[in-house]
Ligand binder design. Structure first.
Ligand code: COA
Length: 218
């Protein structure tokens, strides 16, 4: 069942709503994510897995247990336009234990990473806000709504792999820090191999992607 929407009043004159992305907001949410993160990084099929996880054309293994995945869209109350989008999921303890973050070296880098494995963990995955709507708390509102939805599904801890844009630095880190996350570790050239294998172009450094990631944990 969709979470109840909630509204924040940013410092500007307008306000935004944060709701589960729907068929009506899908295209704009996709465009916002692709614009912010690179068209090759966010695919239509990839976003469909978050917007309509049970859809027959969602490319999931048919017999695999469905993890909780969802996408939120932020819409401008005044215009109804989508101005931000976020994808999120619950990573269960078993999946976390097979993830790269659970490797001994990474878990040792910060005790919070080790603790992520002990309870269902909420992953704030991809997020982007339209350039004209940035700096008014839209990302803060999206992540707050996402964390609430994840908590309703049992998440007790959260993490996010925050992009350190090679030209602009980590735009998301301050937002996450204000929400109680801290940086547990930085991994250089995090998408380097993936950008070559998948052929996507990084908006900051084209190909291969030389950007780092900041593993932000709460
Ligand atoms: C990162 C991104 C999603 C942030 O979106 P945003 O809506 O501008 O974020 P917020 O407005 O919530 O917060 C941005 C800043 O404004 C401040 N802010 C928050 N609410 C505010 C308000 N009501 N009024 C003024 N400033 C506010 C925040 O404190 C934050 O400050 P900081 O830059 O010092 O950290 C956006 O810059 C973006 O889409 N970037 C490109 C894609 C990207 O990097 N995505 C993350 C990949 S992991």
């Amino acid at each position: 069942m969709p979470s109840a929407p909630f509204t924040i009043a940013p410092l500007g004159s307008d306000a935004a709503r944060f709701e589960q992305a729907t068929d009506q907001t899908f295209e704009q949410a996709l465009a916002t994510l692709r614009d912010g993160l690179g068209a090759g990084f966010i695919t239509r099929e990839g976003l469909l897995r978050y917007v309509a996880p049970d859809a027959p054309d969602a490319p999931d293994a048919p017999d695999a247990p469905e993890p909780f995945r969802s996408a939120l869209a932020a819409t401008d109350d005044a215009t109804g336009a989508v101005i931000g989008a976020l994808t999120m999921e619950i990573v269960d303890t078993e999946s976390f234990q097979t993830s790269f973050l659970h490797s001994y070296d990474l878990a040792r880098a910060d005790e919070t990473i080790a603790r992520l494995a002990s309870a269902p963990t909420g992953l704030i995955k991809s997020i982007a806000v339209a350039p004209s709507a940035r700096g008014r708390g839209v990302a803060t509102g999206l992540i707050g709504a996402g964390m609430r939805a994840l908590a309703e599904r049992g998440a007790r801890r959260y993490y996010s792999l925050a992009w350190v844009n090679r030209q602009r630095g980590c735009q998301l880190c301050g937002v996450l820090a204000a929400l109680g996350f801290h940086s547990a570790l930085r991994i250089e050239r995090f998408w380097y191999r993936d950008s070559l294998a998948s052929g996507y172009r990084c908006p900051a450094c084209d190909q291969p992607c030389e950007c780092a990631v900041e593993v932000m944990v709460r």
